[in-house]
Ligand binder design. Structure first.
Ligand SMILES: Cc1ncc(COP(=O)(O)O)c(C=O)c1O
Length: 340
């Protein structure tokens, strides 16, 4: 049966008619020459929103994260992050490959780090040890079922990094989901992070793109690294226009994705094939299958009913709500769950 409801990821969305119109009418130039006014507009818009000095439009979240890590480390340094972090697990070994740095993995609760977890893992200066130079946080935490940091949790981590001379980078692939859930002020992020990567192609529904934010000096370095990575794009304004449209039209509606995720959580909890559901905070629902249930078989049964989900481990299944999931689809999915 053809898939009708795609919960695999919030990256599967298609541009809306309004977004396509914005893309087609964008004013463009050669962005490698820094002559694309739509790209500049997007970079400035996001830098202002997060109170950072400058921005750099990149083709993907992976590239913007890896550029930031390269900016903030030297070969033989060490990056501190959670063991579930996207930068470590799902970016193709990029930290080792691009930055020649080692990684210290921590065990946060649902991927959320604290100063108490980080401080003992910072190496003292000693020729035997890699130099701890960077902490990476992820907000929201993808593998943590969309768990989010509040600014009050981030502030003490920033203070620790400041005291110890470490840089702090945010993988903000889903930062707007976190902002909508916490009600935090995006402008305050600028005072805590040295780098922020914001994705436009996840919950915001743009087809392509991430923007790396930082100081003017950092972004100058990042621009050079982006070139070396092959990420300098020419008339990229067509893509940036989709990002601007998404920022103007698709941020507030993330609250709807959160409500949909909560409805899925409530519907899944009592079902016999579900052992437990990680409490929903944003747009990601992860549940553990009950004993005796074979994950692959359950995924197949769901697919036969036109519902696509993905496994995040041998016993866990993930559903992500997004722009292309309507209230009717949520009702339909819930009805189908009951008949599995
Ligand atoms: C938390 C997180 N960071 C970074 C990325 C990388 O984004 P991209 O797929 O654009 O490289 C993803 C992708 O899903 C993600 O979930």
């Amino acid at each position: 049966m053809a898939i009708k409801i795609d919960f695999r990821s919030d990256t599967v969305t298609r541009p809306t008619a309004g977004m396509l119109e914005a893309m087609m009418t964008a004013k463009v130039g050669d962005d490698v020459f820094e002559e694309d006014e739509t790209v500049c507009q997007l970079e400035t818009k996001l830098a202002t929103k997060f109170h950072m000095e400058a921005g750099l439009f990149c083709p993907s979240g992976t590239m913007s994260n890896q550029i930031a890590i390269k900016c903030f480390t030297q070969p033989m340094d060490e990056v501190i992050c959670d063991q579930t972090a996207h930068v470590y697990r799902y970016e193709g070994g990029g930290i080792a490959y691009h930055s020649m740095a080692s990684v210290r993995l921590l065990n946060g609760e649902r991927g959320i780090l604290t100063p108490e977890l980080i401080e003992p893992e910072i190496n003292e200066s000693n020729i035997h040890y890699p130099q701890s130079s960077l902490v990476v946080l992820e907000n929201t935490v993808n593998k943590g079922g969309g768990a989010c940091y509040t600014l009050s949790q981030i502030e003490p981590i920033h203070t620790l990094c400041n005291i110890k001379g470490l840089r702090l980078h945010l993988d903000g692939a889903r930062i707007f989901n976190a902002l909508v859930a916490t009600g935090d002020d995006s402008r305050k992020y600028g005072q805590y992070f040295d780098g922020i990567s914001v994705c436009l192609s996840k919950g915001l529904g743009a087809p392509v793109g991430s923007v790396l934010l930082g100081s003017k000096e950092m972004i100058l370095k990042a621009r050079k690294i982006r070139k070396a990575f092959g990420g300098g794009m020419r008339q990229a304004g067509f893509l940036a226009a989709a990002g601007i449209y998404a920022l103007d039209h698709h941020v507030e509606r993330l609250a709807e994705d959160q409500l949909h995720a909560k409805a899925l959580e409530a519907a899944l909890l009592p079902l016999s094939f579900v052992a437990n559901v990680i409490p929903v905070e944003t747009n990601i629902v992860i549940f553990e299958v009950a004993a005796g249930i074979i994950t692959e078989k359950l995924l197949h049964q769901l697919a036969e009913k036109g519902i696509a989900c993905s496994a995040t481990g041998p016993k866990t299944i993930r559903l992500v709500t997004h722009l292309d999931i309507s209230p009717a689809m949520i009702d339909m999915a819930i009805e189908n769950f009951k008949h599995l």
